[in-house]
Ligand binder design. Sequence first.
Ligand code: NAD
Length: 282
Amino acid sequence: MNQVPAILLNNGTSMPRLGYGVWQIPDDEAERAVGTALEAGYRSIDTASVYGNEEGTGRAIAASGLPREEVFVTTKLWNGRDRTWRRPEVLSAFQESLDRLGLDHVDLYLIHWPRPMRDDFLYIWEAFEELAQSGRARAVGVSNFRHQDLERLAGHSSLVPAVNQIELHPLLPQGELRALHARLGIATEAWSPLGQGQGLLTLPVVAEIAERYGRTPAQVVLRWHLQLGNVAIPKSVTPSRIRENLDVFGFELDEADVAALEALGSGPAGRRIGPDPASFDY
Ligand code: NAD
């Protein structure tokens, strides 16, 4: 079984540096998929209320028989289209997530999107401060926050997000945001770390590096994340890939290969795959 190293978050909590993401896995499949991941050795699961699979995820965690403290569970507040949030609604949404997961606390609770046009994330963060203080969320953080959103939060709260979970892969290496995170003490967590398995894994540069190390393209990309210091949460429902994506601790990319992968982001293929946080309001 693979031992996944941990990163120390800014509140002293440890988080595995590689986790399992469950976006787009239907609830009735989540129990099997998360069960396979836990059996393979993953000890961190990334879900969200909008994924609709908190119940299946919770059932898999319960069925695994693992002690609760050995599994790091992340879920996220779905802001919801055309909704503006205040403290009570946030606390209710959090409790509903806990109920669906069948847990009395989560390890990390994230604001899913900043939605700057709603201008409500400061109110949401007040509720998050309360959740962190009570220990019902062992750590709190944000997702898809831009430079200006993090600065705005820092101007209003002394609680620094433990994590910012952002789209990040070699086609979108997010160098500036990673540098800001490092300055502020925020861990960088990469969503779609494999570029959703689309064009990235078949690029000749990636295939060539993979061949040289005798690894798969997915393993090389995950290794790149780890060497940059990112937390990565790849998703797959295929048991062999679930295991393959965890088997990335027995080799090291040299500096030139790390740089060659990062350079893909400034080349013609470089691009964002998901929505732009500046305009996303669903
Ligand atoms: P990903 O980059 O993890 O890619 C997943 C896809 O890559 C799979 O569906 C499969 O097609 C392919 N793949 C996986 N392993 C492979 C392998 N070994 N070889 C070849 N192909 C492989 O994309 P993702 O699911 O978008 O992101 C991962 C997780 O990030 C999600 O499940 C979710 O938990 C999180 N996420 C968060 C946000 C957010 O807004 N916070 C947005 C998107 C995703």
